[in-house]
Design a protein around this ligand. Structure first.
Ligand code: BTN
Length: 329
């Protein structure tokens, strides 16, 4: 426990990206230099890129901004404060989605938001792994309850992706951001964010959902070594350190605003925005469903959020789920 607390204190010291000697750290924490080294090792095992240089000490390359409950809380506007029952910040968790799913019974009527510094088993769509190294990117889940039949919330994944683009815009990132059905957020065709919805409970007129958003801010090539697609982080776009707390707060604001509108008005008020961000419209694609591969030209999306394709026989078909790849003409 003390060791854990010490490593947290050291992490806060090193977060500024500057060198701190073992002697200085030992004095501040009243521990020996070998204890400092042990704690540093523990942090390195979390995947943190800590440099150790003789005569200078220890430094986290590029520094980092740790998540702070009060800073995120202060970003939230009045409407969000009214609707959010709990904001949880975790250090390390298997998956923020899984964490909220396990909490859902205890919060069967509450809206709960969760952010984590690291996910050990971050989940992506279609059983994929979501790279979630410590102290970087945003790993967020929100437990939300709809007084609706599950069939009425099919457009939810699309509006969640729209919320992410709105948050990025408010943060100052807008150029070359696109959406790829059903919910990928891309920058220059590289994946910036992904959405994973998991149903927790459903009945005839109610459903509880965990809405998971992974938003890349920055990863070293080593941290991203398990990512099997083209990706980008907010850092690549703005070329300066990302204020994760600010971005996290803005994201939660946008998400809750979008959900409030979606639950009363559905997808229709969002369709125009979707079209302005959609990068598939008019393009030839292959759609991979669980058991089929379909070639077609994207015609748009339906008011329920289905992908509309014109196939090789000029037939118009709608699809509720699947994975889309662009096809060369
Ligand atoms: C995708 O594959 O595009 C979806 C990725 C979703 C990742 C987020 S990170 C927070 C939440 N917790 C998880 O385990 N997954 C989602």
């Amino acid at each position: 426990m003390t060791q854990k607390k010490n490593s947290q204190k050291i992490l806060k010291l090193l977060a500024d990206g500057k060198f701190h000697s073992g002697e200085e750290i030992g004095e501040i924490l009243s521990i020996s230099r070998s204890a400092v080294w042990k704690n540093i090792h523990e942090l390195m095992n979390l995947g943190l890129d800590i440099q150790s240089t003789i005569g200078k000490g220890y430094c986290i390359t590029n520094g980092l901004e740790l998540l702070e409950h009060h800073i995120i809380q202060n970003q939230l506007d009045n409407i969000v404060h009214q609707h959010l029952n709990q904001l949880i910040i975790l250090n390390r968790v298997d998956s923020t989605n899984e964490f909220l799913i396990s909490q859902a019974n205890a919060h069967c009527k509450e809206t709960v938001a969760c952010f984590a510094e690291q996910q050990e088993k971050g989940r992506g769509r279609r059983g994929r792994h979501w790279a979630s190294p410590f102290g970087t990117n945003i790993y967020h889940s929100l437990l939300w309850h709809f007084a609706k039949d599950p069939g009425e919330i099919l457009g939810l994944s699309l509006v969640t992706a729209i919320a992410v683009t709105r948050a990025l815009k408010k943060y100052g990132v807008e150029q070359e951001i696109h959406l790829k059905w059903p919910n990928d957020v891309l920058w220059k065709n590289r994946k910036l964010a992904g959405v994973l919805l998991e149903m927790v409970a459903e009945s005839h007129s109610n459903c509880s959902i965990v809405i998971g958003v992974g938003l890349n801010t920055r990863m070293s090539s080593q941290q991203a070594s398990t990512v099997d697609q083209l990706w980008a982080g907010v850092f690549d776009i703005i070329n300066k350190p990302v204020e994760r707390n600010k971005l996290a707060g803005i994201l939660l604001n946008e998400l809750i605003h979008v959900l409030l509108q979606f639950q009363y008005e559905g997808l229709t008020p969002f369709l125009q925005e979707w079209y302005s961000l959609d990068n598939l419209i008019g393009k030839p694609v292959v759609l991979f469903t669980s058991n089929k591969k379909i070639n077609g030209i994207v015609q748009g999306i339906s008011h329920r959020g289905e992908l509309i394709l014109k196939n090789n026989h000029n037939e118009i078909k709608k699809f509720l789920s699947g994975e889309v790849s662009l096809r060369a003409l």
